[in-house]
Design a protein around this ligand. Sequence first.
Ligand code: G
Ligand code: G
Ligand code: MN
Ligand code: NA
Length: 254
Amino acid sequence: AALASDLRQAWRDNHLKIEYQPQVGMDGGMTGVEALLRWEHPVRGTVQPDEFIPTAEETSLIIPIGHWVLEAACAQLAAWAKRPDRAHLSIAVNVSVRQFRHPDFIDDVMSCIRRSGIPPDRLKLELTESLLASNIDAAVAKMRNLKDMGVRLSVDDFGIGYSSLSYLKRLPIDELKIDRGFVKDILTDTNDAAIAATIIGLCRSLGLEVIAEGVETDEQRAYLARQGCHRYQGYLFCRPLPLEQLEAFMQRLP
Ligand code: G
Ligand code: G
Ligand code: MN
Ligand code: NA
């Protein structure tokens, strides 16, 4: 309850911030970023999203907060669209189950895209497998609506949830994101290595893009690259950064 009222206050006082973490392709070039919420608490310091997203969901604060993240991402994409050296970049936005199920979600995404005038395929929505836990037909129908708009869809934290392989081929998705839990010990845990390799192989045979998160060392990257992984995200390349620092990071890229 304390967390809920604190969060409500933080939302009112603009203490929520967005950081952006680069994603890189096989050639090492940046392909886009993931938008990640941060809570700059005046006393507690930075509160990580794992600690407050569940509360945001329970209190429905995730609806206005999620809308704000989406607006910010589209505004940033609109700014990048005007620059030849940035126009190719995508922004991935995390969508919680509560947000996805909201009846206005599709209209919200559509109006954000229209008002910002961005190419819809620069926006990527990260969905989680838990969306599919109930009423999969309704979830798939909504995903199709989003795909019809031209938005790209990614399944976050893949491998830890409920999705069965038979559902996977029915889903109108573009990308799977290998959970960082599998990447962490990829060089020492043969099960994790096998799971990551299997997810990559699965994506390649289904024609899906695959991105690994939580890549911290070049050895992890090299293993994933040998399996054919398309993209990477993790501290090896860059931490999540506030926008100004992200711009500085991009300035330094070759
Ligand atoms: O930044 P960090 O790795 O601590 O984020 C942890 C998790 O918090 C992410 O994997 C993501 O699922 C969730 N998260 C971060 N930003 C957002 C957001 O804007 N909306 C939602 N729904 N979840 C987010
Ligand atoms: O959406 P998701 O929860 O998967 O977001 C990714 C989370 O992983 C973010 O909270 C981000 O801060 C965190 N993260 C990003 N890169 C790394 C990394 O290389 N190592 C670890 N441990 N965490 C990372
Ligand atoms: Mn994510
Ligand atoms: Na994830």
